[in-house]
Design a protein around this ligand. Structure first.
Ligand code: RIB
Ligand code: CA
Length: 306
């Protein structure tokens, strides 16, 4: 599976990256960056650094620094740390980003290889929305678009309604879930990702088997788990972004509902994901997940990293 990840790294983004990079059935051939957990500058620097650390050296295409319409929310430094990797301070990346804008690259890549590329978007959907605005066939040209975002029948993680990625750019999210044309769109939201808990002991085990990747993830995971502990009392975290990447290749681990969708773009419920009746674009939204099987898959594959 040829895969591009659109990302705002971010601790769980890094976990998703090392899963995709190590998977023998995934050709992770590019990263595009977006604001969200961090500023766009930090997102791009972190993405380049992940490629240096893993040796994957995937080209990085920088995307948008702010949402389509609303004023930008402040980066979630209280969740992912000041620069996105907890207290871990990375050095300067060994490479430069590509000159081409992320949404231009996404449109071009999909046009040049119609039906071949999976795009997994694990940050705010601004780049994806801009690609759709530039090319109405964008989603049709993809093999599939898999998104980490939204909270359909469960509470949000930014207030009672909104999940963070959709909250950070609700207009973009609404454009994407109503994308014109054909093409498969899968939404992996809090309805399933909030069931997936990765423990401190899991980070320890991963660091044992994969000293480089696992050691790094354990380091950056401490800050992230401390944030969760304030809410749950447990030193653990949810595998939001890894669940979306896993759903790209193993959709059967999810129970999905095919429905029209919309995203609220104003008022108290801004960012909320809602069912939309009346025909038009249909998406596959994950409503349940085989928790143990997904965790086993994540642990098995990410442990293939050095
Ligand atoms: O709500 C979780 C999502 O927001 C994840 O993608 C996390 O990295 C943040 O971007
Ligand atoms: Ca993310």
């Amino acid at each position: 599976m040829k895969l591009i990840i659109d990302t705002d790294p971010g601790v769980d983004d890094a976990m998703a990256y090392f899963y995709a990079h190590a998977h023998p059935k995934i050709d992770l051939f590019a990263l595009t960056t977006i604001f969200g957990n961090v500023t766009i500058e930090d997102a791009t620097r972190n993405a380049l650094w992940l490629g240096d650390l893993s040796g994957g050296k995937q080209p990085v295409y920088q995307g948008q620094a702010a949402p389509l319409a609303i004023p930008p929310n402040p980066p979630a430094d209280f969740v992912h740390g000041k620069h996105g990797f907890g207290d871990y301070e990375i050095g300067a990346p060994l490479r430069e980003r590509e000159a081409e804008d992320a949404s231009d690259f996404l449109v071009r890549a999909a046009r040049e290889a119609p039906g071949e590329i999976t795009l997994c978007a694990i940050g705010p959907l601004t780049n994806v929305a801009r690609a759709i605005e530039k090319d109405a066939d964008f989603v049709s040209n993809l093999a599939q678009l898999v998104i980490m975002g939204g909270a359909l029948d469960v509470a949000g993680n930014v207030g009672p309604y909104a999940e963070a990625n959709f909250w950070n750019d609700p207009h973009a999210a609404d454009i994407v879930v109503n994308a014109p044309g054909a093409g498969r769109i899968v939404i992996v939201g809090l309805d399933v990702t909030s069931q997936i808990e990765f423990l401190a002991s899991d980070f320890d085990a991963l660091a044992e088997t994969s000293p480089v990747a696992g050691g790094f993830l354990r380091q950056i995971g401490q800050f992230y788990m401390e944030f969760y502990k304030q809410k749950t009392g447990r030193l653990s975290c949810h595998l939001h972004d890894p669940s979306a990447v896993i759903a790209c290749l193993e959709p059967d681990l999810m129970d999905m509902e095919e429905t029209g969708l919309g995203v609220v773009t104003e008022g108290e419920e801004i960012g909320d994901l809602v069912r939309r009746t009346g025909g038009g674009r249909q998406c596959f939204v994950c409503v349940d997940v085989q928790v143990d099987a997904l965790l086993d898959t994540f642990k098995r594959i990410v442990a293939l990293n050095p």
